[in-house]
Design a protein around this ligand. Structure first.
Ligand code: HEM
Length: 133
């Protein structure tokens, strides 16, 4: 099946798809000791050989980073707010960060937009339950 990309106003800026991949988790083995710092300033050393797990769903809803952290609000990533960049370059980690971050990120966003475009262009959508505030 060939799916073509139709542009749709709802998909104009990246924020509309940025929330979609925020439910994954990342874990890997630590190859050399490193330090992490909590928001209260406490430092912990993570020793070599340990497995580091990063629950992306949890990290994407931290109240000291994201305003109304439990609300599905794609505008939080848009111009003027950019909550995903407010703290540091590693705040948004759905595609991981650093040297081994996802090389398919841009492609994944493109695919999500193609899928959403296809749904918005071809179907009438309505909420069957009230929108959670
Ligand atoms: C919503 C879709 C996607 C999500 C949420 C996602 C997420 C991630 C995450 C979190 C990592 C880091 C894993 C780690 O540190 O252990 C990763 C790595 C990677 N991803 Fe994705 N990914 C997505 C789609 C894709 C696509 C479409 C491709 C290729 C076409 C791709 C290719 C890769 C590759 C090759 C790596 C390994 C990079 C490295 O180790 O240097 N991903 N992805």
């Amino acid at each position: 099946m060939l799916i073509t990309m139709h542009s749709h106003p709802a998909l104009e800026y990246q924020g509309c798809t940025t929330d979609a991949p925020s439910i994954t988790g990342v874990s890997w083995k630590v190859h050399k000791n490193f330090f992490v710092q909590t928001k209260d300033g406490h430092e912990y050393e993570i020793p070599r050989g340990h497995t580091r797990a990063s629950p992306v769903l949890f990290n994407s809803h931290l109240p000291h980073i994201y305003k109304d952290h439990d609300v599905y609000d794609t505008s939080r990533f848009g111009p003027g707010r950019e909550e995903d960049k407010a703290r540091c370059k590693f705040t948004y980690e759905a595609f991981s960060c650093g040297r081994h971050s996802c090389i398919g990120e841009a492609y994944a966003y493109l695919q999500i937009k193609v899928m959403l475009s296809h749904l918005l262009v071809n179907f009438e959508l309505k909420l069957v339950s009230p929108f959670r505030r």
